[in-house]
Structures are given as C-alpha cells and as structure tokens.
Design a binder for this molecule. Structure first.
Ligand code: IPE
Ligand code: IPE
Ligand code: MG
Length: 236
C-alpha cells in the first residue's frame, strides 16, 4: 500500500454534530477530542509518520468567550490525561501556532507535553492550535530576515530550505482531509500543502473514525501525483 507520509486533517463539523443531536456545541468538541485520540493511535498503525490536525485557528477567537474557553480547557485537560496512551505508543507531540494570546496554563500544558514526548520516534502528532497558515509563513519570513541580517547567504535559497523556518520542520503534506462538508482550507498549512491531495467528506469530525480514515487512505492510493511532470505510463 502506498501510505501517505504526512496526513493533515481539518477537523470540522463538531458544532453541527452536536446541534443535530440537540446537544451543546461543547459536547461536539468533547466527542471530537475522543475521535482525535483514536485516529492518532490508528494513523501510526497504518504507517503514517506525521499527522497534523487543526484544533484551533487564530480566527476561532471570533467565537463566543464561552466556546473559546471551552476549547482552551479541553486542550489542557486533554494533554494532562488522554495523552498517556499516545506517549506509550511512541508518538512525539508538537504544537504549532502562535504563543501570544494563550493563557499561562495552556502554555504550560503545551510545554509539558512537548517535553514529555520529545524523544518518541514512532510518529509525530502535530497539533495546530492558535494556528494560521499565513501567520506561520509571516513568522518564518521574520526568522529568515533575522538570519539574513546576521549574514546568511540566500543566493541559492530553495523552497525546501524554508521548511526549517516554519513552526516545526515537518515534511510536505501528502494527503489533506477536511471533514464536515466544506471545501476550503481556512488558512491551514498553506506552505506545506502545495502538492497535497485533497479529500473532502461530509462526515462530521466526531463520526470520522478509523474506517472513515482508511477510506481516505484507500482513495489516496489511486491518485496520480505528477508534481508538474508527466506520467510516463499514461503517455506511452
Ligand atoms: C471544528 O468544528 C472545531 C473547531 C473549529 C474548533 P466547528 O466548531 O467548526 O464545527 P462546525 O463547523 O460549527 O460544525
Ligand atoms: C477550521 O474550521 C478550523 C478548525 C478546524 C480548527 P472553521 O470552522 O473555523 O472554518 P470556517 O470558518 O468554516 O472556514
Ligand atoms: Mg467549522
């Protein structure tokens, strides 16, 4: 099986999942967090090396204070409890996003989990939190500008060289999944998705379990990735 090395998921539809069931939006987020735990463990079993997930965007601060607080608390709770299994599995957790605007306890939870799992090497779970794709590029450009100021020679600077200026130097995204029915990228990992295959599903994230994930992997298998070149087989 041709397994994508880096899978990214825009975990959308938690709110609608809950509303449909007459529950509060927060219950959708809680259910979504359980789905994430299952998927993180499963992805490694399937041979995926890096799983990036969009958990909170810089624009999600536009939501009610109650919902923002709930999502912040959920991250802290999650990191402090649920991550035991992920740690045991050998998964390294990294968090991508801006650190300003975040509460002290949230920052501490992030620091702790990154520290606790830093030597794990079976797979990487990249949690994008207070994350924006354009912001990541801007922050990277600022770091690069500093290096240039300090004498870095950029005569032969290539697009591959920019990865180390991003929040974490992760490989390009092979497969991008968006649950919840919308077909847009909502400022997710713009630099890393330049040649990603896209997979959109109407399934709301809490219902996006292992078998749904496998469906996306099987779908990816049949994609013809040309990267601007020509498929020699098809052109014979
Ligand atoms: C995705 O679900 C999770 C976050 C954005 C935090 P939503 O909360 O966007 O759910 P919908 O799109 O309103 O259903
Ligand atoms: C994208 O979902 C962000 C996350 C999944 C965390 P949104 O629900 O915020 O995106 P829009 O508003 O539909 O574009
Ligand atoms: Mg949404």
């Amino acid at each position: 099986m041709n397994v994508p090395k880096h899978v990214a998921i825009i975990m959308d539809g938690n709110g609608r999942w809950a509303t449909l069931r007459g529950k509060k939006r927060s219950e959708g987020h809680l259910e979504g967090s359980k789905t994430l735990e299952k998927l993180a463990l499963h992805a490694v079993d399937m041979g995926v090396k890096v799983l990036s997930v969009y958990a909170f965007s810089t624009d999600n601060f536009k939501r009610s204070q109650e919902e923002v607080d709930y999502l912040m608390n959920l991250l802290v709770k999650y990191f402090n409890t649920k991550f035991e299994k992920i740690n045991k599995k050998g998964i390294k957790v990294v968090v991508s996003g801006r650190k300003d605007n975040l509460r002290e306890d949230v920052l501490k939870a992030i620091k702790d989990i990154e520290e606790k799992t830093k030597d794990n090497n079976v797979g990487i779970l990249n949690i994008c939190f207070n994350y924006g794709g354009q912001e990541e590029i801007i922050d990277g450009a600022i770091k690069l500008a500093k290096d240039i100021n300090e004498g870095l020679d950029i005569k032969n600077f290539k697009r591959e060289d920019f990865y180390k200026y991003l929040y974490h130097s992760l490989p390009p995204i092979d497969l991008l999944i968006r649950t919840g029915g919308e077909q847009r990228v909502s400022n997710f990992m713009l630099y890393q998705m330049s040649y990603s295959e896209f997979y959109f599903t109407n399934t709301y994230f809490p219902d996006f379990g292992k078998s749904e994930f496998n469906k996306a992997l099987f779908n990816y298998e049949n994609r013809d990735r040309r990267f601007g070149g020509i498929n020699e087989q098809e052109n014979k």
